[in-house]
Design a protein around this ligand. Structure first.
Ligand code: AMP
Length: 184
């Protein structure tokens, strides 16, 4: 049987490779810096081995990553699983026809976009969404909505880190299955 979640020791190991920066980008925020995980060959490969093991049985048609750190994990996993990768980007970055979804921020609104034909060569495409971290879940919710708007189906949303106390992951679970590799 394939191993679909990490044990506590493995979680502690991976978490120890992620650097926390206090008061970045503004006072009161603890920024979870995954560049130290990426910079550690063993940790990065350990994570990718785990994600490959979990998702190899999902029969995914596509992996989508959210700009920009979701691109790193999403594209690496897509290459491992030999499935295509689709970027979800900030407005004005994708060159072809796009569809977009707005979402609320603490102050104001933001928007994300996907190419209109991203999944068009597969009927009812099964899509995995991936990002480095889920906080309030606003970006991820809009991304799942965007995928589902294209007539594809987001079968699971995967985050390397879940900031538990913000409840984004819990709320997103109303919309799709959610897998958090680590929680803080
Ligand atoms: P949210 O829409 O609130 O779930 O925010 C998620 C996005 O913001 C992700 O793409 C994260 O990369 C980024 N983000 C939010 N909070 C943090 C944090 N404390 N450390 C690192 N990245 C964060």
């Amino acid at each position: 049987m394939s191993k679909t979640v990490l044990n506590e020791k493995e979680k502690s190991y991976l978490l120890s490779t992620i650097r926390s920066i206090n008061d970045f980008p503004k006072p009161g925020i603890i920024f979870r810096d995954i560049t130290t995980l990426l910079n550690n060959r063993d940790a990065f490969n350990f994570l990718l081995d785990h994600l490959e093991e979990r998702y190899k049985s999902y029969e995914l048609d596509f992996i989508t990553g959210i700009e920009s750190r979701g691109f790193i994990f999403g594209a690496a996993l897509a290459a491992r699983l030999r499935v295509p990768f689709v970027p979800i980007r900030k407005p004005g970055k994708l060159p072809y026809i796009t569809i977009s979804q707005k979402y609320s921020l603490e102050y104001g609104v933001d928007e994300i976009e996907i190419h209109i034909d991203a999944f068009s060569n597969v009927k009812d495409a099964k899509v995995l969404l991936i990002d480095d971290l889920i906080a309030t879940g606003g970006t991820a919710k809009a991304s799942v909505e965007l995928i589902n708007l294209t007539n594809a189906k987001c079968v699971e949303a995967c985050f390397i880190i879940n900031l538990k106390e913000l409840c984004g992951s819990k709320n997103l679970a109303n919309l799709t299955k959610v897998y958090n590799v680590l929680e803080v």
